[in-house]
Design a protein around this ligand. Structure first.
Ligand code: SME
Length: 205
């Protein structure tokens, strides 16, 4: 199969539950045992975004479509620079564990870092510290929402949680934006949380 064909959605798929199961299974095939998170999350963002565009009957098309899908990750996961500028603002240094940095995504450009501590920022920061999915039907009513794209109307953010040695470690978040109010529901939450779990167990961290 051509890799791009993973994002095709067969006509037999009618419901959101069937759709998310299909995307999950396609991602498992794409990953194929390769365990680097940069590659796996890159294909995950593209696959989710492209599959949603190919499933307009349930997610709307044009003005109702999903306009962004991507990851923010704790900065300690990123390669550390070998040559740093001592005058750099500490919050922009990649070893600052209080930040999430923009990871692989599909869609238009977005903010590059999101503060988590001491004060979580945005929907992403809230999902990170709560360790649970945050569904936002209308971003204009969400206190502290970070607007990266003025066209976005609703959002869902799902944390990426690694269970290691009896401890839960939040590695980042999976974030989706939609051009419609109320673009996401509980079925999307279930589907995305299952995909997040696949991503976590398929990659080395
Ligand atoms: N709206 C997010 C910021 C990231 S963008 O949507 C891509 C937030 O409030 O955390």
């Amino acid at each position: 199969m051509l890799h791009a064909d993973a994002s095709l959605v067969p006509d037999s798929i009618k419901t959101k539950a069937e759709f998310w199961t299909h995307v999950h299974d396609q991602l498992e095939i794409l990953v194929g045992g390769q365990r680097h998170w940069v590659s796996n999350l890159s294909n995950a963002a593209s696959l989710i975004y492209s599959s949603l565009q190919a499933f307009p009957s349930n997610f709307g098309d044009g003005e109702r479509s999903v306009n962004w899908c991507g990851f923010y990750l704790i900065s300690s996961l990123f390669p550390q620079p070998r040559f740093t500028d001592a005058s750099m603002d500490p919050k922009f240094q990649t070893h600052a564990s209080t930040n999430m940095l923009l990871g692989p995504f599909s869609g238009r450009p977005a903010c590059q870092w999101i503060e988590v501590s001491p004060r979580p920022r945005g929907v992403c920061g809230d999902a990170f510290v709560k360790r649970s999915t945050v569904l936002v039907p209308d971003v204009l009513t969400y206190p502290g929402h970070i607007a990266c794209d003025g066209d976005t109307k609703s959002e869902i953010v799902c944390p990426l949680i690694l269970r290691k040695g009896g401890e839960d470690i939040v590695l980042g978040v999976l974030d989706l934006d939609c051009l419609a109010i109320g673009g996401f529901d509980a079925d999307d939450q279930v589907g995305l949380e299952r995909i997040a779990a696949l991503i976590i167990r398929s990659s080395d961290w």
